[in-house]
Design a protein around this ligand. Structure first.
Ligand code: ZN
Length: 390
């Protein structure tokens, strides 16, 4: 699979073989795009001798030098730099085959890759200054890129499944996709009421099929400089045993809590077989490149676990008819690569007769939405407390 995929990856490798023995000055063009300062990525790659690969299918690229790496995506204002999230003043742009990244993203990447490099802004050029080893001036200690602890400004609600993908199906033709959409709409209203200053966006607001990676992209594209968000994917569980009932909240981890958690993830991930195969190459979710590009930072995982904890508390308080199954972790494709706190909520079991009856009733759907909204509010309260301490 990897070989075949390799054909569609443009690999640009530019090395500078001869470097002058003393410090020297080079430059990179500054370009004005949409009232922001950009630099052409090919010039950054060339000047610093970076390795660069770009995946046409995912529109994501990677930069390497020695043990350093950075990941970017066309249309995204978020960059992963040496495992930390950095939000730039604008999104990466691809124009006539050339990639342009915001100047501040370029500065942040090089600051992390090589502290012995300084970038000085000129009128039309960004001058590169390298500090020689024998130079007496101390190397300015570059601070690492700012973390993702930015104010929570938006919530993306992701109603699971839709269109040709009904999700789990219960007795009498009850479909997961309809329940998740209804709960999502209630949740949108509850959030507007409880947390009015947050922008709320649904990944789908009707019965249509949305690929998992599109859901992630919708959320990531909302990230802006100094703004963070929350991603909530809503699902209904199923089990071979009709006795099992209750709600649980998951956050992403390669190591599932237990066999049940692994099975739930496998069921939810199954939808990829319905996703349109790209004309040029099959879409894969197990590709090593993909996982690396989608790597989440440990901070996002920690925040996701706190978000899951708060939501589970909120639901347990509001849903009395069924028990809490707690917070769990598993490898859900839809949570991979979400660059903000993200959870997947299994609101109940469609395979349990009593719970299925409740899940189709508006008042129960509303109760679930109440619980989730309360959990989100609790999380933001905790999150903001930490924000003030930083
Ligand atoms: Zn589902």
């Amino acid at each position: 699979m990897k070989n075949r995929r390799g054909f569609f990856i443009i690999r640009i490798l530019v090395f500078i073989f001869v470097l002058p023995p003393s410090s020297f000055s080079e430059s990179i063009h500054r370009v004005r795009i949409d009232n922001a300062d950009y630099i052409p990525l090919d010039e950054l790659v060339s000047v610093f001798g970076l390795d660069h690969s770009f995946d046409m299918i995912s529109q994501r690229g990677r930069l390497y030098r020695k043990s350093h790496y950075a990941v970017y995506g066309v249309g995204l204002s978020a960059f992963l730099v040496d495992g930390r999230l950095y939000k730039s003043s604008g999104a990466a742009i691809r124009n006539r085959g050339r990639i342009f990244i915001p100047e501040d993203a370029g500065e942040s990447i090089m600051g992390s890759f090589d502290p012995r490099v300084r970038l000085r802004r000129g009128a039309d050029l960004l001058f590169v200054e390298r500090i020689r080893d024998d130079e007496t001036a101390p190397v300015e200690k570059k601070k690492s890129p700012p973390s993702s602890r930015d104010r929570i400004c938006f919530i993306v609600i992701d109603p699971g499944h839709g269109g040709k993908d009904p999700g789990a199906v219960g007795k009498g033709g009850l479909e997961e996709k309809d329940i998740t959409l209804k709960v999502a709409r209630y949740l949108e209203k509850k959030i507007a009421k409880k947390l009015g200053d947050l922008r709320v966006h649904l990944t789908r607001n009707n019965d249509r099929f949305v690929e998992l990676s599109q859901r992630t992209d919708i959320a990531n594209k909302m990230l802006r400089k100094s703004e963070n968000g929350i991603f909530l994917s809503i699902h209904v569980n199923s089990s071979l045993s009709s006795r099992i009932s209750g709600h649980e909240t998951f956050f992403l981890s390669q190591n599932p809590t237990n066999e049940d958690a692994r099975n739930t993830a496998a069921l939810e991930n199954n939808v990829v077989i319905l996703e349109e195969k790209s004309k040029s190459a099959p879409k894969t979710y197990d590709d090593v490149d993909y996982i690396e590009a989608m790597m989440i930072t440990t901070q996002i995982q920690k925040e996701s676990s706190e978000l899951a904890d708060s939501i589970q508390k909120g639901m347990a308080k509001n849903i009395k008819s069924f028990g809490s199954r707690g917070v769990k972790k598993a490898d859900f494709y839809v949570l991979r690569g979400v660059l903000m706190p993200a959870v997947l909520i299994e609101i109940g079991f469609i395979t349990n007769k009593k719970e299925a009856r409740h899940l189709r009733i508006s008042s129960h759907q509303e109760k679930i939405a109440d619980g989730i909204a309360e959990g989100v509010k609790l999380f933001i309260k905790r999150y903001n407390r930490l924000l003030k301490m930083n």
